[in-house]
Design a binder for this molecule. Structure first.
Ligand code: IP8
Length: 271
């Protein structure tokens, strides 16, 4: 079959946060039972035209932070840190792939460091032809936050969240599901303010207003936490692509979200 004969996909982008599939307080601490549950939920949902992107958690962030990789090449000692961080991400990705394939999902790993370059941390080029053909044929591509080469910094860290927004725009995705370890968004930081109210639905202008109230990234997260996620997602919502923030630590929430059912999280729409 030729590429032109393959059907045009209505793509769903699913991000699984590193804090869902790993213990961020541990070292290289994968939550293998959670990975298996999510693989089972993905298989049961039976969705076509799905792309999964996962975060780094305790596989990506500690080494990226130790070697200050996000800021780019400053000294030769960082080279081993770049190699190590990328390798750790491939190990975490291997666990995700193992689980998806064991559950009968035709998942194929697509390594961001081999198809993306950035300029000052922002995606500059993305060789996405293989990815497009994989989706059209019915495979489920899986990408992840990764170490990448950068035209200005020599190298940097590319967050899974930036990949989410780039892919959503390139594929003109139907929707984005962000699987996180909290219930959704509040109108203030719930850890700092007891009166913070949960927001089940937000428009673009409401998200813009509350962005400054959202918890700023923790020291262990090199790519920006919930604040970074929202910053990445705003241009995508602006293009009319809806985003659901879903608590992926709760059984069947991702399954329901993939099936288009409500899960009690936060949905963000342009209007
Ligand atoms: O967890 C970052 O991806 P994220 C990946 O999606 C690395 O921000 C290598 C730290």
């Amino acid at each position: 079959m030729k590429e032109s004969e393959l059907s045009k996909p209505n793509t769903t982008i699913l991000k699984i946060g590193g804090s869902v599939i790993t213990d961020k307080n541990g070292e290289l601490a994968a939550r293998t039972q959670v990975i298996d549950r999510l693989a089972d939920e993905t298989q049961r949902a039976g969705l076509k035209n799905l792309i999964i992107i996962h975060g780094g958690g305790s596989f990506g962030h500690p080494a990226a932070k130790e070697y200050a990789l996000k800021e780019g090449l400053k000294n030769g000692n960082q080279l081993i840190g770049f190699a190590e961080t990328h390798h750790f991400m491939t190990v975490l990705n291997g666990l995700v792939m193992d689980s998806l394939i064991t559950h009968g999902v035709p998942a194929v790993s697509v390594t961001p460091s081999s198809c993306v370059t950035t300029e000052n941390g922002r995606i500059r080029s993305f060789e996405d032809a293989p990815l497009r053909m994989l989706v059209k044929m019915g495979f489920l591509p899986v990408l992840y936050g990764d170490t990448v080469v950068d035209t200005q910094l020599c190298f940097t860290i590319l967050s899974g969240d930036q990949l989410v927004s780039a892919l959503a725009l390139r594929f003109n995705a139907e929707r984005i599901i962000m699987g996180v370890d909290v219930d959704g968004l509040y109108n203030a930081d719930p850890k700092a303010e007891k009166s913070a109210k949960f927001s089940p639905h937000l428009t673009l202008s409401e998200v813009r207003k509350l962005k400054d109230n959202i918890a700023k990234p923790t020291a262990s997260d090199v790519t920006g936490g919930m604040f970074g996620k929202i910053t990445e997602l705003l241009p995508v919502v602006e293009q009319g692509i809806p985003v659901s923030i879903v608590n992926a630590t709760k059984p069947n929430y991702i399954y329901k979200a993939l099936r288009g059912e409500r899960t009690g999280g936060t949905s963000i729409e342009k209007e």
